[in-house]
Design a protein around this ligand. Structure first.
Ligand SMILES: [Zn+2]
Length: 155
């Protein structure tokens, strides 16, 4: 009878399959009893760690981390406690906004203001700022905001 051992591995792309293959190779070579591994990949995607709702009526949602992308692929990741439509409208006219500055410098460019991408939804200022800084690291937007809380110092 073959014993099955469940292994939970953090999913890190191709390297996870290499780890898997190597472990199976070692088991086949050295195991005294016949057993097999069953691998369960644990996703490391950020969205799984935070509440993630559907994207319908996204402009009316609040407590959001969002992404605005320009026609030139320049992009911006920001967060707002308020209604997303209110915040995206501000980006059109607020000259302190990096998005607005980009549009003033490049008047022919256009942003997806009507369909900003929702990267995450979470309640509470500290959690929202943390989520924002994690998502900025994941998405690496070229337009950055000041005052981002570093994830390691957020708690
Ligand atoms: Zn642009």
């Amino acid at each position: 009878m073959t014993t099955t051992i469940n292994m939970r591995l953090l999913y890190l792309g191709e390297i996870s399959y290499e780890v898997r293959r190597e472990m199976q190779r070692l088991v086949h070579r050295y195991a005294i009893m016949p057993f097999q591994f069953r691998f369960l990949h644990k996703s490391n995607k950020l969205k799984k760690s935070f509440t993630y709702k559907d994207k319908q009526n996204h402009l009316r949602r609040s407590s959001i981390v969002y992404k605005l992308t320009c026609t030139c692929v320049s992009n911006y990741v920001g967060q707002t406690r308020r209604n997303l439509a209110t915040r995206t409208n501000e980006h059109k006219f607020d000259q302190l906004s990096e998005v607005c500055k980009h549009l003033l410098t490049n008047p022919t460019h256009r942003y997806n203001f009507k369909q900003p991408e929702i990267l995450g939804i979470t309640v509470g200022q500290k959690k929202r700022h943390l989520l924002e800084s994690l998502l900025i690291q994941e998405h690496q937007p070229d337009l950055k905001v000041d005052g981002i809380i570093h994830p390691l110092t957020a708690f």
